[in-house]
Design a protein around this ligand. Structure first.
Ligand code: FES
Length: 123
């Protein structure tokens, strides 16, 4: 199945195009950006925007323990659950299903999943 047949499924790339511990930012048309990760040959996806500020998690680093570190203030998240692991991050980020089919990597999205309320204020 492809994006044209299933508008909630967004094509990211070929699985071969991503290495382990790589993060790729995808921008589905009209939706917020998503960070897609490859760790230990499995794929995961979260909101790209950090829950602490407006940093892009896809500009951070992910390790073999499924932890992504935000590039701005070094807060961390578990990419499997979205749970915030270290301060200053306390709010989780959303996670999204990732499907690998016929060698392609797809993220399952819907508009309601990726729309944020107004930008969060930093305290
Ligand atoms: S913006 Fe991500 S830790 Fe502050």
């Amino acid at each position: 199945m492809n994006y044209a047949l299933n508008p909630s499924r967004f094509f990211v790339c070929s699985a071969q195009e991503m290495c382990n511990n790589e993060i790729r930012q995808v921008k589905p048309p009209g939706l917020n950006s998503v960070a897609v990760y490859r760790v230990k040959d499995a794929f995961y996806a979260t909101d790209d925007t950090c829950s602490h500020g407006h940093a892009s998690l896809s500009e951070g680093e992910v390790d073999e323990n499924y932890v992504v570190e935000c590039p701005w203030h070094s807060g961390t998240f578990d990419i499997r659950t979205g749970k915030a692991l270290t301060f200053p991050c306390v709010q989780p980020v959303k996670i999204y299903p990732v499907i690998v089919e016929d060698g392609g990597v797809y993220v399952e999205l819907s508009e309601s999943q990726t729309r944020f309320p107004e930008p969060r204020e930093r305290k």
